[in-house]
Ligand binder design. Structure first.
Ligand code: NAP
Ligand code: G3P
Length: 485
């Protein structure tokens, strides 16, 4: 249905120990665009021996990297940020073809990543340790002091998802490197062209050989092997709850930082500004076809204002641009047919169980038209499952307490929004929601990137955000001075 986005076919190699290498297996994985199913390029399918070598190189290179001064590491990051900006146009064209995101959003993802990298360097340069006097603890005298500094962890395995292939790789690599770790990046296969391009940027910025390495290969083939690798000291994973749970069940004694799935609710109270609520909800739910962990994935609206909100949301969904990312569409074909089939199942289930279809409910291949359901009830899959597609259910509730109850029944706990003009009501709801972040009068979203970003329950482990990520990928080291007095 869609014609291919023009561009040359790319063959990328992996960065291992400072060299760009193909696989001895001579096997490649072909990457097809979600737009017109055209070949965008190919990446090597690495063998276990090659994976071993990449991780070993990272392990060895880290020994010297940990001793490089923070201000020197920061210089390399500043250079990487500058290069990223220089290459934003070429990189965003590849991203648009590889993952079907509109060009403007691709560019802003890359520029945001450059800001992230720069801010990471600034933050690390301003971090300080602490000294703790011993005599504050009962029974101790003034002769002991603990000098607390931070140490890197070693080799960080960074596994990134398809939907933000530059940003969610850069936001792992930069804090890991600045903290003195080496990194092995395993990008999502669909997104690996962007991931390898990003690695090239870091290499050109001066990251020494072995400090950043890449691994390509299907997660289903090499995933278990890499996460259980004995030389991996930390795993920083972003992706589905299914794969995240698998990793946490098969690894042992390796610290994990995970950003997983979500079912973010937008709770709309009686006194909300409904125009603000509707525009935030629609932007939050449908941009990049809802393929964002922080997309608004359900509306919980109190009965009294539900009809009015529906009218406003409907008008805004009707105005969305649907189609080809080349034309700047908001709603574009989903990443692959399997994802579209899954979203379709949720639509069919809601229809069969009596939800009222307001808009959409139709598809062409992997393009799902923006779909809005009213009167969704808690027996429907759409009330609980993450579609990762442009489908939004409205669940009507009698009051804020019912909204909180349904919001908290979810297995997920990434974010929630509450729309109200009353600060007391906002805090009443925010205090009771079991999520990492509550947005008052705004869509659910990750940025700004120095804020803490975390999911509770099935939405994640640990906390990201620039300073938080640096801290997560380092540990305190206490040196206790004992004075002879
Ligand atoms: P995914 O299928 O879980 O894949 C994520 C990464 O895991 C990819 O690099 C994938 O490689 C790899 N992988 C697959 N099987 C593996 C295994 N057995 N062991 C180790 N790694 C394995 O997720 P996705 O489809 O790319 O992304 C969508 C999901 O990510 C959604 O659920 C979304 O909510 C979540 N997400 C969460 C956040 C957040 O911040 N909370 C942000 C973005 C996305 P292959 O591509 O080679 O299979
Ligand atoms: O889906 C992942 C996520 O990182 C989105 O970021 O700022 O668009 O909410 P943001």
């Amino acid at each position: 249905m869609f014609s291919c986005i023009k561009g040359k076919e790319l063959t990328f190699k992996n960065l291992v120990n400072g060299e760009w290498t193909s696989s001895e297996s001579d096997q490649f994985i072909e990457i097809y665009s979600p737009i017109g199913n055209c070949l965008v390029g190919k990446v090597p399918a690495m063998t276990k021996e090659e994976v071993d070598f990449a991780i070993k190189s990272a392990d060895e290179a880290q020994k010297a990297w940990r001793n490089v001064a923070v201000n020197k590491r920061a210089e390399i990051l500043y250079k990487a940020a500058d290069l990223l900006i220089e290459k934003a146009d070429e990189m965003s064209s590849i991203m648009m073809r590889e993952i079907g995101k509109d060009k403007k959003s691709c560019e802003s993802e890359i520029l945001r990543s450059a800001d992230y990298i720069r801010f990471t360097a600034d933050t690390a340069k301003n971090l300080s340790g602490e000294s703790i006097p011993g005599d504050s603890f009962p029974g101790f005298k003034k002769n002991k002091i603990s000098v607390v500094t931070r140490e890197p962890l070693g080799v960080v395995l960074a596994i990134s998802p398809f939907n933000y292939p530059v940003n969610l790789a850069a936001s792992k690599i930069a804090p890991a490197l600045i903290a003195g770790n080496s990194v092995v990046l395993k990008p999502a296969t669909q997104g690996s062209l962007c991931g390898l391009y990003l690695a090239k940027v870091f290499e050109q910025a001066g990251v020494p050989a072995g400090v950043l390495n890449t691994i390509t290969g299907r997660g289903s083939v090499i995933g278990d092997y890499i996460v259980k690798h004995p030389d991996v000291d930390f795993i920083n994973f972003t992706g589905s709850t299914e794969i995240g749970s698998r990793i946490s069940s098969i690894t042992s004694m390796v610290p994990l930082l995970m950003e997983l799935g979500g079912k973010d609710a937008a709770i709309v109270l009686e006194d909300a500004d409904l125009d603000v609520a509707a525009s935030n909800i629609v932007a939050g739910a449908y941009s990049y076809s809802g393929q964002r962990c922080t997309a608004v994935k359900r509306i919980l609206v109190v009965d009294k204002v539900a009809d009015k909100l529906l009218e406003k949301v409907k008008a805004k969904v009707e105005a969305l641009k649907v189609g080809n990312p080349v034309d700047g569409a908001d709603v574009v074909p989903l990443i692959d047919m399997k994802s579209a089939d899954f979203v379709w199942e949720l639509i069919e289930d809601a229809k069969a169980k009596g939800a009222k279809l307001i808009l959409g409910g139709n598809r062409e291949e992997n393009l799902i038209y923006p779909t809005l359901f009213d009167n969704v009830t808690t027996d429907m899959r759409l009330a609980w499952e993450e579609p990762f597609g442009p489908v939004l259910p409205i669940i009507r509730v009698k009051d804020k307490d019912e909204a909180i109850e349904i919001a908290n029944k979810s297995e997920y706990g990434l974010q929630s929004s509450v729309f109200t003009e009353n600060i007391n009501e906002a805090f009443y709801v925010a205090d009771r929601l079991e999520v990492g972040t509550v947005q008052v009068n705004n869509k659910t979203e990750r940025g700004p990137d120095h804020f803490p970003f975390l999911g509770v329950k099935a939405s994640g482990i640990g906390t990201q955000g620039i300073r938080y990520s640096i801290e997560a990928m380092s540990r305190p080291k206490a040196t206790v001075i004992n004075l002879n007095r």
